[in-house]
Design a protein around this ligand. Structure first.
Ligand code: MSP
Length: 640
């Protein structure tokens, strides 16, 4: 890879930054830091989307000029990114003169070439989403995204000839498997493209909206906010301004987006680029949603997680770690403070914190912190060294495949192997017995494992990992490309005493059991052993996201008697799912059934076939019945 260019969506400047914004930006930051740490030239772009009706309205409410309103509100994003240690190379605002000029040049060029034309627009408009909708888009006469009422309109407008690129786009997606990721999002886009693709209305009459970029060929209109916003990805790296810069960074390696803005990125943006004769980005990666428990976060429900509050409570690095470790990119994830505290205590305070502290304490006691040269390694040492090498390779693979949660888990496996090693080799007893050479080999090996973990996790927890390297007495480094498990770079370093890096957090105290009634003393009946179940909290249950799904297709998998490959619809998503029900159902019996699935199961390959989710069925001896709904129910509906 000769360069890496990563983008986040540009956020609506009006919004109060929440965990969803924080997640995409931290994910982009971690990818940027990783690539830099591999020595790859990297450019990281984020910014704000500042035009449109919502901003105009909000400014009016404040009795403020829209630009001044943007200048004020943009600070909330800038402050948060500073707090979260975000290392973007440029912050683009769509009200920047440079960006506006590029948008106007693109519009003029497309207009001159006949890619934009004037016509009549009949349709509906959703103010909340700033989207024009056709009759077909509406669900029960309302906006399909936010379910709000829409306004009907007819007016002259300018259109981009998007429809003419429909077949080209289908072919492009089909022949570029990495273009839209995860794969099921590519299928979702292809599903969308089965319907006739209409031309895109790219203008708004100034009588309705004036806060936008004026069309260079008709001053009565401003540009549609999405057309303006998407162009940030090229104007931010010098398009039509600094050709050398543009050539250096474009095409983007990864556009990171949330799943709700898939169509704008997977249909509008590629067709716009095609019309402009600009190369396609390598990958558009759509991540899932952060939910509160199982609910979508929304202002009206009052369940929006404010990233600043979390950072205040637990520190920046722990928050960054949680965001990446707890979400499988692509799938939805549930945020609760309880699950946050649990993961922090398990992974950071117990596993990593304990490992580092054991190595530190033993080395301080034995040699005042000096890390000595190891003697010959035995099988126990080699097991840890191999875990270190495997962890590094797994992390690099995870980055390339956008499976960061799995990469983090592989690095934590080094930590777990390290803790097992300390217990097995018991260096404290070797110290007592005076077996110095063996003891020093173990302390060296363990310190080397800590060092590798610190470098591998530094893109995720830059501050804490730098602190850890100071504890190891070595120079601060995040250079994964320079890691070499055999290089013995710690020999001669002196470890420095420190407070725990990750002090344990208090878990919510369990409610006190109700006092037993005094008068009648009941003899507790013991439940028979087979009835004893581990009780789980409601939060544990909420980790499992159950949803309705409709079976669209079913077929046998060759060579696997028990398995069927299904194509299911989960709301707007189409997913593959492999189920072990072939002995109980014929494929044709299944089509059209509304079933229940675990929707947030990590995707897996079963007999080489991708499976996203698991269906629920009840099995009693030789009878198996699918769990279905009692009557008609849409797909993608949450259950619980
Ligand atoms: N301005 C447009 C993007 C234009 S890009 C050319 C926009 N802005 S946004 O501020 O509304 O949303 C930005 C991103 O935040 C989207 O990718 C969206 O998916 C993400 N999130 C909003 N809520 C979210 C969660 N609860 N969880 C994860 N991400 C979600 O759309």
């Amino acid at each position: 890879m000769d360069k890496f260019y990563v983008t986040t969506p540009i956020y609506y400047v009006n919004d109060k930054p929440h965990i969803g914004h924080a997640y995409t930006t931290v994910l982009a930051d971690v990818l940027a830091r990783f690539h830099r740490s591999l020595g790859i030239p990297t450019f990281f772009l984020t910014g704000t989307d500042e035009h449109g009706q919502k901003v105009e309205k909000a400014a009016k409410l404040r009795n403020e000029d829209p630009q001044k309103h943007c200048d004020d509100t943009v600070e909330r994003f800038k402050d948060l990114w500073k707090r979260l240690g975000i290392t973007n190379d440029y912050f683009i605002r769509t009200t920047n003169a440079d960006h506006k000029k590029v948008v106007q040049e693109v519009l003029q060029e497309l207009y001159d070439r006949g890619e934009i034309y004037k016509g009549d627009f009949k349709g509906h408009y959703c103010v909340g989403c700033e989207r024009f909708l056709t009759e077909k888009d509406l669900v029960d006469g309302k906006c399909p995204e936010c379910n709000r009422e829409v306004t009907e309109i007819v007016e002259s407008n300018y259109f981009f000839r998007m429809s003419k690129y429909q077949q080209w786009l289908i072919d492009y997606i089909e022949s570029h498997p990495k273009f839209i990721m995860p794969e099921f999002r590519a299928n979702e886009t292809l599903g969308f493209l089965k319907k006739e693709l209409k031309d895109l209305c790219i203008s708004r009459h100034k009588s309705r909206l004036s806060w936008g970029i004026e069309l260079p060929f008709d001053s009565d209109y401003v540009c549609y906010v999405w057309f303006d916003a998407l162009i940030n990805y090229i104007s931010g790296v010098g398009y039509k301004k600094d050709e050398e810069m543009f050539k250096k960074w474009w095409p983007a390696s990864k556009h990171l987006i949330g799943k709700d803005i898939l169509t704008t990125h997977s249909v509008y943006w590629p067709t716009m680029l095609k019309a402009m004769n600009v190369e396609m980005p390598e990958t558009i990666f759509a991540h899932g949603w952060w939910l509160t428990g199982r609910e979508k976060m929304s202002k009206s429900l009052g369940n929006v997680i404010n990233p600043m509050d979390m950072v205040d409570k637990c520190g920046v690095d722990a928050f960054r770690y949680y965001l990446l470790a707890a979400m499988a990119p692509g799938q939805d994830a549930s945020f609760t403070e309880e699950s946050f505290v649990k993961r922090y205590n398990n992974d950071l305070a117990n596993d990593l914190g304990n490992f580092a502290s054991r190595v530190l304490k033993m080395t301080l006691r034995h040699s005042s912190g000096l890390i000595n040269k190891p003697a010959e390694f035995n099988a126990d040492d080699l097991e840890v060294i191999n875990a270190v090498k495997a962890g590094k390779a797994a992390m690099e693979k995870a980055i390339a495949e956008m499976k960061l949660d799995q990469g983090i888990d592989s690095v934590m496996e080094i930590v777990r192997a390290g803790n097992r090693y300390m217990e097995k080799t018991a260096p404290w007893t070797l110290a007592k017995k005076g077996e110095t050479a063996r003891l020093e080999t173990i302390l060296y090996t363990a310190a080397t494992a800590v060092y590798h973990v610190s470098v591998l996790l530094s893109p995720i927890m830059p501050e804490k990992m730098a602190e850890l390297q100071k504890v190891l007495g070595t120079a601060v480094s995040d250079r994964i490309d320079l890691l070499d498990a055999d290089a013995q770079i710690l020999v001669g370093c002196t470890m420095q005493d420190s407070d725990p890096l990750f002090p344990r957090l208090q878990e919510e105290a369990a409610p006190a059991p109700a006092p037993a009634p005094k008068a009648e003393k009941k003899v507790e009946k013991k439940a028979p052993a087979e009835n004893v179940v581990d009780l789980i909290s409601i939060d544990d249950f909420f980790k499992t996201q159950l949803k309705t799904a409709k079976i669209l297709e079913a077929e046998k998998i060759e060579g696997a008697d028990k398995l069927l490959k299904l194509k299911i619809e989960v709301g707007s998503e189409i997913r593959p799912l492999v189920a072990g029900i072939a002995l109980y159902y014929k494929p044709e019996e299944l089509i059209g059934k509304t079933i229940v699935i675990v929707a947030n199961l990590k995707p897996a390959k079963i007999r080489g076939v991708e499976s996203c989710g698991m269906l629920l069925a009840a099995k009693n001896g030789n009878t198996l019945k699918l769990i279905t709904t009692d009557g008609e129910m849409a797909s993608g509906v949450s259950i619980g």
